[in-house]
Design a protein around this ligand. Structure first.
Ligand SMILES: [Zn+2]
Length: 192
């Protein structure tokens, strides 16, 4: 578990003990209130996530989801996985964020809201795009199905890199009336 200095909002590892928030959160505050991250995208954790995602080792979602219970996860009205498009879901066969969210939901007794948020269109792979391009790429890509007005929601993503995906998801949820969105992620990668 990473316990070094990090941004108090997006959990980006910081080099200084003194900074409270990173530049990106100060200049362009996200719609989520904070990010709870288990570790850094590195070593064994990165390997386990890779095996889950790209080699279909779905059972790894159980230990990985269970590990996240070590975080101080608040009570919430629902737990929402970052969605894939229907086409991507069919291609991969599963949504790793949903598998992890399911473990947390079951262990903490929080309703799993797997259909609340959906991805409306395919977007370019985020790898290789600049921070600005990443945000443009995702703009308007998500939609909300449910009535989530006034709810406090936990948004689950397996890995968080620049945060463009969870930023866009949180924006969509808050604009649809969610009272608060807290992001849960297994691994936080630094800015590429
Ligand atoms: Zn930040």
């Amino acid at each position: 578990m990473y316990t070094g200095p990090s941004c108090s909002i997006c959990a980006l590892p910081l080099s200084s003990e003194h900074a409270r928030a990173c530049r990106s959160c100060v200049q362009d505050p996200p719609h989520f209130s904070k990010v709870l991250s288990f570790g850094l995208y590195d070593g064994v954790l990165a390997e386990a996530i890779h095996h889950l995602k790209f080699h279909g080792r779905k059972r790894l979602s159980v230990p990985l989801g269970t590990m996240m219970l070590a975080l101080d996860i608040p009570r919430a009205d629902g737990i929402v996985p970052v969605p894939l498009t229907r086409a991507s879901l069919i291609k991969r066969g599963f949504n790793q964020s949903l598998l992890i969210a399911r473990v947390i939901a079951r262990e903490l007794g929080i309703p799993l809201r797997m259909d609340s948020l959906h991805k409306k269109r395919e977007t370019l792979p985020q790898v290789g795009l600049s921070a600005t391009e990443r945000r443009t790429n995702l703009r308007g890509a998500f939609g909300v199905h449910d009535d989530i007005r006034g709810q406090q929601l936990l948004l689950v993503d397996d890995v968080m890199t620049t945060g463009a995906t969870v930023r866009e998801c949180a924006k969509t949820l808050v604009r649809s009336g969610a009272r608060e969105v807290i992001v849960l992620t297994l691994a936080r990668a630094g800015e590429p």
